[in-house]
Design a protein around this ligand. Sequence first.
Ligand code: FUB
Length: 672
Amino acid sequence: MRQTIFPLLFVTLTMATTASAQNPVIRDQFTADPTARVFNGRVYLYPSHDIVPPEGVRQDWFCMADYHVFSSDNLTDWTDHGVIVSQENVPWGNPTGYSMWAPDCVQKNGKYYFYFPNGPKEGRGFAIGVATADLPEGPYKLEPKPIAGVSGIDPCVLIDNDGSAYIYWSGMGIRGAKLKDNMIELDGELQEVKMPRREGMPEMPPMKVGGQQMEGLPDGFKEGPFAFKRGDWYYLTFPWVRGDTSNGATPTETLAYAMSKSPLGPWDFKGIIMAEHANHCWTNHHSLVEYKGQWYLFYHHNDFSPRDDKRRSVCIDKITFHADGTIQEVKPTLRGVGIASATSRLEVDRYSAASTNVNTALNDTTHAFRGLHASLPQKGSWITFGDVDFSGLSDSYLVVCAKAADNTEFYVREKNAKGKVIAKVTMTVKSEITRPGSPTPFRRDQSNQWLTLTVPLEYTPKGVADIAVTCEGAAEVSIDWLQFKNRPNYFTTVPAKSAPTQPDERGFIRRWQLREPIKQDIRSNVIFTDSWLRKTFADELDKLPKQKAKWYTLESETYNIKIFRFAEKYGSQLYGNLFWCETNIDCAEDIENIRLAVGSNGASMWWLNGEEVLLLEGDRRMVEDDGVSNRLTLKKGHNVLRGAVINGPGLSDMCVRFIDEQGKPITNFNIQ
Ligand code: FUB
């Protein structure tokens, strides 16, 4: 038998990762008809791949040209392994049919069998092809012919405890058949069936059909069989149009199921797994899988294409079984499954639950993959978002992307709408905000636009907790996402009685004692004249011994001391501060004819052993060696270098070192 080999060609060279604990789970392409399987401890997702039909192809119909496979070990972070099978490479398939509908993949004796429907090169209808691989993500090798005796779509394979394999498909109802050990042929005789003649079409020759009709299923349109075994029950689950409009439901697909004690039935119909989609998306298609002790329902919905129900996206929700094996109906959520790290972007617009007046809408109606936002219209409106893991938080703050009129308040709380307040957010004209991707905050002056705000925390939950966002003001608040961030470690605390350190190789002093910032109300740095600075520093210096302020001994990660980060952590405001700093220098001998060289943002003044040695007046930037003192001596033994840095509306930092006559750094002293 000739086998067509399509080696690595089919696997895209890069693997993309998407992190999305919410529904839909794949956010950069349409994905439908999800079959989830657990292989080697990971969940593999084999969906079909909806695309927008190219020109010349029917625009209002399903359009699929290839298959991707995705995998995850937490149902949150998904790796796209790329294309595994493509229509132009199927030896028997129509290369421009765009009919690569719902697939499945199973593993037997270490080999992976990928089953997929496709339109044949000649004739009409669908056949089911097989591709095999040594790994779940491929590369896959295509069988030259489809499975004889199977005419239809939506293949699903069940492997029983004794290794017997059964295939189910839809076409003329739902059919099932035993597979031979080779997994690519039906076991048993094929029957000749006369094909019904379609109006205007030539008569078709009779077809050889295998397997048997699945008995016991309800009337009404059925497709997409997914069969599995749990305990000693076999389940046959399937999209089903119940056609019952009495409860207001439109005749679109539900997900339904039947149970049996034998793999090919007869089946005992049990009811609904998921009701019709509320927005009338016509199809649903699904699979059930147990992973790490929890059962999950994978299904699809047209969230990213609300006006076109042939472009769909895969969602996941938890599913539970009653003690008698029957299934509890699943209500679709936007939150989906998986524990979301508090430090990842929490798309709270895809909430677990919401007050009835909350609306969700696309951020950009022309680019659905740009996501959604949720609007909380009035005081008391709320959304909750389950399973957030706070364990990775230390010294953190909240970043939130929201839109509201000025002075509108909303809170982030633990657990629910009445829970403990984690952070209070007020949208004000003078909000200090950070552009995404930029570390520099700035001030905004317009209202009711999308803003990314940085907010201090009132309280940090422990472990895994649910959170809620509550509207506290009279006006509407729209929320896109939240994220908790840990402040980077710009400083290390130096414990008392630590060993002395030295300046770095460029002579910069990194160990400092910093007094907690002193708030200043300074609108502009133009006031930093010599006389103003001398008076201000002299007054403050006078007060220093009388104050009960806290001093911190810190070692900086960088040569320039980011005292604005110190202010952020230990002060009441980021801008408008006076900082006192001291460092203790021990010399083995006198070091003469050297100069103190300082860069500071903004102005600063420096004293060595109580004597003023340098003043940097005016509105300064931190530039290395911006101001240099007269010649001075670091005396043998102990020396104290003291500085005062002051800034109005800017972010403060400083770099300090001693240099010799040639400008070379002095490094031969200890710092206590
Ligand atoms: O995706 C194309 C078809 O739509 C599937 O094969 C059916 O199950 C339905 O979901």
